[in-house]
Structure formats: structure tokens, C-alpha cells
Write a protein that binds this ligand. Structure first.
Ligand code: ZN
Length: 383
């Protein structure tokens, strides 16, 4: 969902991506900011001659400032996560603000990572308010500073609503996890999140606020997805990855053309191919990695299908071991946007893949097995 986006620059190794929806959002933000600037300028009684620039220009400056403060908010999340030793895949700036893709499998740090963003927003609000107090007399600058301060304050407060997956909901889960465990904490936080989503949605409808309505849908979907993930983990727990994975892998040479390999995977109904070739010219052949059918499809879709299989290998494909617990493969799968997890044996060779299809199949079968067990239990009861 957040994977589409163009990387514009990187900060401390974190790719900062811009999502296509910003094309709509930035003009909307400039419109809202202009309206906000005008009402604050009116409230402050800014005289026409100290305005210096037309309200629209102040609005655009304000919108760009808000855009930067959203980035700062996300950076605060990500930098705390980095300090805690977690990996940050990317920060994507999109229509409803920003998203930090953090591998947050560490419940101990979740509350603090989630709180860092709103804290940054409050810090920016305080500094802008100080600058507003120092600015002499009502002017275009002081009205913009006050609007900037207030918006960051609202941004911080709004994000702290306990509406999982928003920051406040994550703070709630992080704090609850220590007392009642991760699983119960997720149940509580996602249920509260869904309730908040309904309230936000009602608020959005009653106030004709489209953005609020979007956020409500986003929160509801996010909470639902997290509940589904939790349910899947509970069902799969105790089962080794080896029983979940597909071992339908073919082989491909590093210098083979990707379309030719795609055709072979299709013909033999394979989920991916181990790529074999020399690491450097003249070296002996070895396993270089694995390319999944999903990868080939995605690259073709984007018009980025490479000429050789060697260039199609993804270095960021998550890896699990065949003897690992299957529930871990769900974390690995949802943490990235790779669409598959490579499964390794003891000798670190790729022996299989886990994709959403494998998880769905295993869950369907486990559901049927459990239903059968219940059925037999009732039918077989004596008396
Ligand atoms: Zn945040």
C-alpha cells in the first residue's frame, strides 16, 4: 500500500519517498493553509500594509512548512527506531501525512518510538510559538508563525488519539504490552482503534471533512489488518516454516534472460527460481539468490524487467529458516513489500518460499482440521 513512491533523497540511510497522492494533497494543503492564514491574520488584526505578501503566497509557504514538519515528525519516529537498533525501510510522505516503515517487532520500544513523532510536533509548535512571540507586531510573518505553531500542535494531539495504527494507538499497545502481553495488548488497541475510526468517520461525515473520513477509513483498515495478522499468527504458531513453504523452485543461470525464465516458471508451475552463477567472472558457480515469480511480475509491470536474472535478485528479500516457527514468517512478510520470504536450510541454501498464498492455504487447512476436530469431539462424545 505504501510501497509506491519515488525516493527523492535519503537521511541516515533512510530512503525518503514521495507518494503520487501528494500531487493532490499539496494543492489542497496550500488551499487550507491560505484559508487558515487569512483567518488568523484577521484575528490578529494584521494591517494590509504589514502583510508584505499576498495571502496565497503565505499559504503556500505555510503548506511547505507543514510538509517539512510532517517529515520531521516521521524522522523522529525513525531516528528513535534506529537508535533502538531496528531497521527503517523507508519514510513515505503521502496524502494523509507520512508513514515510517519500521520493523517494529520489538514491543518494548514501540511506545517510545510512537511517542517521538508527536513529541517532535509539540517541539516544533513550541519553537514556532516562541518565534511568533518574538516577532514584533502583527504582520504576515507573525500570522504564518502562529498558524504553523497551531497546526503542529493539532498534528501532535491528533496523532496521539488512541486510534491504532496511529501513534496514540501504538503508544497504548506498547504500554499495555508490558502488563498484559503483546497479543492481548494488540486486541485491546485494535478494538479501541476501530471504535475511534467509527467516531472519526462520523465526525468526518457531520463536518463534511473528507480528510477526516479518509483517516477514519485508514484507521479502520489498519486495525482490521493488524487483527487479521494476529489471528493468523495464533493459528500458525507451533508449526515449522518447512510445512508452510512451497518448495516448487526452479533453477536459473545468472546470465539467463528474465522473460525466458518467467516462461519456464509458468510452464512448470513454479513459484520462483534459484539463481546460480559465478560471483565474479572466472569463479566457480554458486547460489547467488532467489527470484520469485511475484518479483518478475512486478518488475515487468513497472517496465523494469532486467536483461539477466543476476540483476533481478533482490537483496532485501526477508529470510527465515525452515525450522523457524511459521508465525515469524508472517512478520517477515508484512514488514516489507517483497511479496515473499525466502526459506533457508541449515546450510543457508534456499529451499523454499513463503508467499501470502502459502499462508492462506495453511490457514484454510488448519481451520478445516480444527473444525473437524470439534465435530468429531461432539459426535464422539459418549452418551
Ligand atoms: Zn507519527
Amino acid at each position: 500500500m505504501f510501497s509506491q513512491g519515488v525516493t527523492v533523497f535519503t537521511i541516515r540511510g533512510i530512503p525518503i519517498k514521495l507518494h503520487i497522492s501528494l500531487l493532490l494533497f499539496i494543492p489542497y494543503l496550500a488551499f487550507v493553509a491560505t484559508t487558515q492564514f487569512s483567518s488568523i491574520a484577521a484575528a490578529l488584526g494584521v494591517p494590509e500594509e504589514t502583510m508584505q505578501l499576498p495571502p496565497l503566497v503565505w499559504g503556500i509557504i505555510l503548506a511547505l512548512g507543514l510538509f517539512c514538519s510532517i517529515l520531521a515528525h516521521e524522522l523522529a519516529h525513525s531516528l528513535v527506531a534506529l537508535r533502538k537498533g531496528l531497521r527503517v525501510r523507508a519514510i513515505t510522505l503521502m496524502m494523509l501525512g507520512g508513514v515510517s516503515q519500521i520493523e517494529d517487532d520489538d514491543p518494548d520500544h514501540e511506545a517510545w518510538i510512537a511517542f517521538a513523532g508527536p513529541l517532535m510536533s509539540f517541539g516544533i509548535a513550541a519553537m514556532a510559538y516562541l518565534a511568533y512571540l518574538l516577532a514584533s507586531g502583527p504582520s504576515g510573518v507573525s500570522a504564518t508563525l502562529l498558524a504553523f505553531s497551531l497546526t503542529n500542535l493539532v498534528l501532535g494531539v491528533f496523532n496521539l488519539l488512541p486510534a491504532f495504527p496511529m501513534d496514540g494507538g501504538r503508544v497504548l499497545r506498547g504500554l499495555l504490552s508490558r502488563r498484559i502481553g503483546r497479543e492481548r495488548a494488540t486486541q485491546v488497541a485494535t478494538s479501541v482503534g476501530k471504535g475511534m475510526a467509527v467516531l472519526l468517520g462520523l465526525g468526518g461525515i457531520l463536518s463534511f471533512n473528507l480528510i477526516l473520513l479518509f483517516i477514519a477509513v485508514f484507521v479502520y483498515m489498519g486495525a482490521t489488518a493488524e487483527q487479521a495478522r494476529l489471528g493468523a499468527q495464533a493459528i500458525l504458531r507451533g508449526m515449522p516454516v518447512a510445512r508452510l513453504m512451497t518448495d516448487r523452485l526452479g533453477e536459473a543461470r545468472a546470465d539467463e534472460s528474465a522473460p525466458a525464465v518467467a516462461e519456464r516458471l509458468l510452464r512448470h508451475n513454479l513459484a520462483g527460481a534459484r539463481v546460480v552463477g559465478p560471483l565474479r567472472p572466472g569463479d566457480l558457480d554458486r547460489e547467488l539468490g532467489v527470484v520469485t515469480a511475484w518479483d518478475l511480475g512486478r518488475m515487468a509491470e513497472r517496465g523494469e524487467l532486467p536483461l539477466t536474472m543476476a540483476a533481478a535478485i533482490r537483496s532485501d528479500l526477508p529470510r527465515v529458516h525452515a525450522r523457524d516457527d511459521a508465525s515469524h514468517s508472517i512478520d517477515a512478510l508484512t514488514a516489507g513489500d517483497t511479496g515473499a520470504v525466502a526459506v533457508l536450510d541449515e546450510t543457508e541454501h534456499v529451499v523454499g518460499l513463503v508467499t501470502p498464498a502459502e499462508i492462506q492455504r495453511a490457514m484454510a487447512l488448519l481451520g478445516a482440521v480444527q473444525a473437524g476436530a470439534r465435530h468429531l469431539g461432539v459426535a464422539g462424545r459418549p452418551g
